[in-house]
Each structure stands twice: as structure tokens, then as C-alpha cells.
Design a protein around this ligand. Structure first.
Ligand SMILES: C[S@@+](CC[C@H](N)C(=O)[O-])C[C@H]1O[C@@H](n2cnc3c(N)ncnc32)[C@H](O)[C@@H]1O
Length: 242
């Protein structure tokens, strides 16, 4: 029988939707129906079990997941996974856990990492806020990458922004000492909000005082390209756990 999106969804029901168990947390994303292409269906069939961690609300043991003691970086909202893929391929001294709800991007990255057999990447398709709350231990994460989070530009939408005080505190709690949060946006007013929000978290320090210079290993992402096309300034925020 030929695999289709329907047969794949029947085999792996958790792929069909993203359930939110905590209705009080920020809803920072909107999901639209996705028609997967055949290479994406094939990627799920071939690589899901090796690369994807299903959400089960139980604490993750990175050593068990990756089979090593390397520090683990979590990327939140990887989109098409362009940066995730290139960074993981170059910087193999780290493990990468990518979290994304957008099924098309998720299966695209699954295809890339599976085909290349990258052993330092795992993916989750779930709400990152819930994953952090339920499955990630305190003081266990070496860094967070949050590249071009949805800016929710209208004032009435600001409450949907990911980087707000409670989430910043949660990120800090999950970091190891010296661990970092690296957030980049093309939305200046959100970038300023990030600086302010991180500044309020007791355990975080900003070694640059304000915006950071770009790091040489961060590749351009799809949303960065879109921002540059609109002549938006790219702002980088880098803070560390004390
Ligand atoms: C504006 S896109 C940026 C994608 C990519 N990082 C880039 O730079 O091209 C933001 C992404 O974050 C994802 N996202 C938003 N909130 C999320 C959450 N709570 N958990 C997981 N992914 C989330 C969205 O699905 C979307 O793909």
C-alpha cells in the first residue's frame, strides 16, 4: 500500500494535531492545515522513530536521548529548520533538540537530518512552553536558540508573544550555569522588549549591555530573509545564566 498523509497520520496519531494540555499558558502560534508532499510523508515513515521524541509529559534524560554527555541546545520554533540543520552539522560538539509545531517545516527538517544521518539532532512537534514545563529538567540546558519568534505586531496581540516575563524565567530556570539564550528578531520593538524582559530576570546577565553582535555560526533563516527584504534591522539578544 502506498503511504499517504492519511496512512501516516493513522500510524502516528500525535502528528495529526498539537494538543495543548495547559490552556492557561501563552498560545504563541496558529496552526493551519498542511498538505504534506510525498518526500515529507516518506521522511516521517523513514525517520520518525529515530529522530522524533513524542510528547508524553515525562522528564527527558538527554544522556539517554542522545547517547552522550554533550551539552544540549534547544531551538524553539525552528520553522523550516535551515539554521538548525546547518548549525547541528557544523557544531557537532553539541546536541540539538528542535521544537516546532508547524508540520511542513518539521517534516522538512526531519527529511534533512534523516538523510544526512545527523546523530546530534532530535525533534519534537509540540508547544515548546509545555515541553519546557513538563519534560525539561531545571539546570540541564546549555543554550536556547529562538530565531525570529512570531512578532505578533498588533498591540492587542502582544500577549501572544513568546518572550514575556514568565517564559523568560522558565528559560533561565532550565539553563545550566553559564548557559545562554540567543534570540534574534527583525522587529525592533520586540527586540527591546526582549532586552527588558531578560533584564528583569535575576539569574540572567547580559554581557553586551544591550544588543549583541551577530555570532559567526548563525546562518540566515527564512524569516530573516523576509525581514531583510522589508529593510528591517536585525537585532540580536544574547544573555547568560549567572
Ligand atoms: C516567524 S517563524 C520563524 C521560523 C524560523 N526560526 C526562521 O527564522 O525562519 C516562528 C515559528 O515559531 C513556531 N512557534 C511559535 N510558537 C511556538 C511554540 N510555542 N512551540 C513551538 N513552536 C512555536 C511557529 O510555528 C513558527 O514556525
Amino acid at each position: 500500500m502506498r503511504e499517504t498523509q492519511e496512512t501516516i497520520f493513522a500510524d502516528i496519531p500525535e502528528l495529526r494535531s498539537v494538543e495543548r494540555t495547559d490552556k492557561h499558558s501563552i498560545k504563541s502560534f496558529v496552526l493551519r492545515g498542511t498538505r504534506l508532499k510525498s518526500f515529507q510523508v516518506e521522511a516521517v515513515r523513514a525517520y520518525y522513530h529515530d529522530y522524533v521524541i513524542p510528547y508524553d509529559g515525562k522528564p527527558l534524560d538527554f544522556k539517554m536521548v542522545f547517547g552522550n554527555d554533550n551539552p544540549t541546545i534547544i531551538e524553539i520554533g525552528f520553522g523550516m529548520g535551515v539554521a538548525t540543520h546547518l548549525i547541528a552539522r557544523e557544531r557537532t560538539q553539541y546536541n540539538y533538540l528542535g521544537i516546532e509545531v508547524f508540520l511542513s517545516g518539521f517534516t522538512k527538517l526531519l527529511d534533512k537530518v534523516g538523510k544526512e544521518g545527523l546523530s546530534n539532532v532530535r525533534l519534537m512537534r509540540f508547544d515548546a512552553v509545555e515541553v519546557l514545563n513538563q519534560m525539561i529538567g531545571d539546570n540541564t540546558v546549555a543554550g536556547f536558540h529562538i530565531f525570529f519568534p512570531d512578532p505578533w505586531p498588533k498591540k492587542r496581540q502582544h500577549k501572544r508573544r513568546l518572550i514575556q516575563a514568565p517564559f523568560a524565567t522558565l528559560l533561565a530556570q532550565k539553563l545550566t550555569k553559564g548557559g545562554y539564550i540567543y534570540a534574534v528578531t527583525d522587529w525592533l520593538e520586540y527586540a527591546q522588549q526582549m532586552l527588558e524582559v531578560f533584564d528583569e530576570v535575576e539569574d540572567l546577565v547580559n554581557p553586551h549591555g544591550g544588543f549583541a553582535p551577530p555570532v559567526p555560526w548563525r546562518p540566515e533563516t527564512r524569516f530573516e530573509q523576509k525581514g531583510k527584504d522589508k529593510e528591517h534591522t536585525i537585532s540580536e539578544v544574547w544573555v547568560q545564566r549567572r
